[in-house]
Design a protein around this ligand. Sequence first.
Ligand code: XMP
Length: 510
Amino acid sequence: KIIVIDFGGQYNQLVARRVRECSVYCEIYSYKTDLEQIKAMNPMGIILTGGPDSCYEEGAASCSKELFELGIPVLGLCYGAQLMMHVLGGHVCKAPVREYGKIEVTVDKTSKLYGDVSEKTICWMSHNDYIEKAAPGFRIVAHTADCPVAAAECAEKKLYAIQYHPEVLHTQEGTKMLHNFLYEVCGCSGTWKMDAFVENSIRAIREKVGNGKVLCALSGGVDSSVAAVMLAKAVGDQLTCVFVDHGLLRKNEGDEVEEVFGPNGPYDLNFIRVNAQQRFYDKLAGVEEPEKKRKIIGEEFIRVFEEEAKKIGAVDFLVQGTIYPDVVESGLGGESAVIKSHHNVGGLPDYVDFKEIIEPLRDLFKDEVRKAGLELGIPEKLVYRQPFPGPGLGIRIIGEVTPEKVKMVQEADAIYREEIAKAGLDRSIGQYFAALTNMRSVGVMGDERTYDYAIALRAVNTIDFMTAEAAELPWEVIGRVSNRIVNEVQHVNRVLYDCTGKPPATIEFE
Ligand code: XMP
């Protein structure tokens, strides 16, 4: 595998994704990870990511010189490149000209990185510092008009430093460059394939579980469904799936989940539906703060599971559908700041009444989870279901959650989804939903003044849910949806369309 060492840059997950797209498995670790630990993993190569620091300043994120002496190929990107040069005796300082955006780079095609790359190629730059002088033993293999060292290499030691960002799609031949590093320099053979992952996971789960009893937290979303089916295939009826209806699901969703996973569905598992709506509403009463809401919902979930587990008797394992972006965004993997505490990770209380947690999808990105789902034979309809967050409508109602507000957002969302499907757009939009803003405003209905809520419509296109753009829905569709919502949903007199991308907004509202 490849190790990606995270220095806190914004594209770090992207680096990992690109590596996996080259059919090479990789994992992200913080720069604080012990060198011995990295050595023990015996990686085929190491990639140092970008980051916000200046490597020559006191307290900057750093790495030891020994990292470059292990004989393992290292590729430094942006900050990673500067750090490599700095540590090995080159000179990094504030650039006289700050480069940002698409810049033409001239490359030396004799470098292993650039064999099949055009001599002049557009790359994505984003840096304040620059490498003024490469470290001794390095040769410069790319430059731009303002940047004398856009890339440098010490081929003999397999060390490569790239100032720009090959992982960003704006770097037109970036994937080729990463591919070249992985295959030509590290000697990877591209064996990271989904069928093998699924097979290995099932085998590993079987070994780990033995005759143990397994309890699975099923939400009906893509992640937990894929996790549940994987577990069902691995351990059959040792698995009990508990589906908690927390009253924050989309309209009719509880029944739909029961249809698929319940006794009449295609899978051989024990299925229990817990109707815990009121418990959640009680706990959420009066709570407005998003992180608090997330924590409450996450914690209540675990409590409900504990209770179910006690009824079932001794349970050894708890399954969760955590996926890799959840892990990284919660600040547990890598260096990225905590943006939201994700339901499956950050909301976990300290005390959990199970022997161990199994998270079979912990290493996968969303699109990889879908591939795994198809590999497992899960119907496409379910696999391509749009993602739904663990805390559900709880984070699509800004501020306090009440049963009345849940109903409003459910109805509005159902109308939205129905119209999107009718317009044939349901498979082409990454994620779309209605949210209830906590805003009320003045309107007029008939001859009456109203003072009611505004519904926000969100639709985004995204590849990996780490970044997203607002989708351009046909005006006609938006018009129809908003007409129906104000007519059919009580206490809504206004519909707004969210045009913000991620960043700076997130996909969900809280
Ligand atoms: P954000 O709002 O962070 O959402 O841009 C990114 C993606 O993650 C989903 N999401 C969650 N999924 N538990 C989940 O399982 C959560 O707590 C959670 N919060 C957000 C969101 O729907 C989007 O697809």
